[in-house]
Design a binder for this molecule. Structure first.
Ligand SMILES: Nc1ncnc2c1ncn2[C@@H]1O[C@H](COP(=O)(O)OP(=O)(O)O)[C@@H](O)[C@H]1O
Ligand SMILES: [Mg+2]
Length: 342
């Protein structure tokens, strides 16, 4: 649209000038036509210059706005294994892959959540609580500090999917309530409307991604938790979908067995700790979906805790909210296993 108008502005005065030049040059009176020809050439040159100037300005603006271009300039790319979570209102990616592939950069959320997640990873907590997380350190991504890009801050976290060839990923948000007690009423209402079963079921799926070896592509569902019923959740429909990346029933049973072993350890930790409220924390599951990786070379299935923007410290009570959801999820997965065995 804008380029067309620009072009018309250039062409119409130019053709008038050329027209006059031709008319003047009519009866071989070249000297009379000469000034008009000079004027039209000058006008043409000026317009061309202006056109180039605006074109390069437009692409510069696009650069500023296009997140991918901005990330690329810093040797970063969009993280392809992000299954849940937000994109920010300005369209910038909230999860980027660092060029060394070993870390992802998670954009810090606006205040006050920024400081919460940073405080959690930075272990900024009273001295007597240090070492509290020791039993579950292997279930947390490693934290390498903060990285600033164009005045925006990112957490540098271990890329948890690094070892998998075709990672099958499931993000499960745990808790009967995944908003803070102090959240504004309208936010609470929105959450309850979107996930009416959360209170009774205690978990929801924020996203999943499964390698489909036959198609040679990932099958992905983002924020699918919205369209689920309580019965779907209790039956573990999403868990079944998640296991579709396995090439046999044996593999499904093995994957779920190993994952549940880790969940049992997490439950043990959660049942005795009274310092954190893990509000809106996710279990991030992964297993190898590439059938070309021989079983003896496959990286084992694993689960991590991620997303601590709403984790509150110093609670002096067992986190029943999270614990309820974790136990429910284990029960649901046990049900799926039972059906697989028959
Ligand atoms: N350390 C990590 N390694 C691999 N993937 C991650 C990591 N952290 C987050 N992700 C991916 O990004 C998604 C969103 O991350 P999360 O921390 O939950 O952000 P948000 O606060 O936007 O929900 C997760 O569902 C997961 O797929
Ligand atoms: Mg999340």
């Amino acid at each position: 649209g804008m380029a067309m108008k620009q072009a018309q502005l250039v062409v119409s005065p130019f053709s008038v000038l050329v027209g006059v030049a031709i008319a003047a040059g009519g009866g071989n009176k070249l000297p009379q036509a000469l000034p008009w020809l000079v004027a039209s050439s000058a006008w043409f040159a000026l317009c061309l210059f202006q056109l180039f100037a605006t074109a390069s300005k437009v692409s510069e603006d696009a650069q500023v706005r296009a997140p991918d271009a901005q990330a690329e300039r810093h040797g970063l790319e969009k993280y392809e294994h992000k299954v849940g979570g937000h994109t920010s209102p300005d369209g910038l990616d909230v999860c980027l892959l660092h060029h060394n592939q070993d870390e992802v950069l998670k954009r810090l959320q606006p205040q006050p959540y920024t400081l919460r997640e940073l405080a959690f990873y930075g272990r900024e907590m009273p001295e007597h609580q240090e070492g509290l997380l020791q039993p579950v350190m292997r279930y947390l991504p490693q934290f390498y500090g903060v990285h600033d890009i164009d005045s925006m801050s990112y957490l540098r976290l271990q890329n948890l999917m690094r070892q998998y060839s075709k990672p099958c990923i499931l993000d499960v948000k745990v808790g009967r309530r995944c908003y803070e007690v102090s959240a504004p009423e309208d936010k609470k209402d929105r959450e309850r409307q979107k996930y009416p079963y959360q209170e009774t079921v205690g978990y929801r799926v924020a996203g999943l991604k499964v390698w489909d070896a036959e198609r040679g592509a990932f099958f992905e569902e983002i924020r699918q938790g919205k369209n689920r019923t309580e019965a779907d959740m209790l039956r573990g429909k999403d868990v079944e979908t998640y296991l579709a990346g396995c090439s046999s029933t044996e593999q499904k049973l093995e994957v779920t067995r190993q994952l549940d072993e880790h969940l049992a350890k997490l439950e043990q930790f959660l049942a005795q700790q009274t310092y954190f409220e893990f509000c809106a924390v996710s279990l991030l599951f992964a297993y190898e979906g590439d059938p070309q990786v021989a079983p003896q070379h496959r990286v084992a299935p694993f689960v991590w805790l991620v997303d601590f923007a709403h984790t509150i410290a110093g609670c002096s009570a067992v986190d029943d909210n999270f614990l309820f959801g974790l136990r429910m999820f284990r029960t649901v997965m046990a049900g799926v296993r039972q059906r697989l065995e028959h």
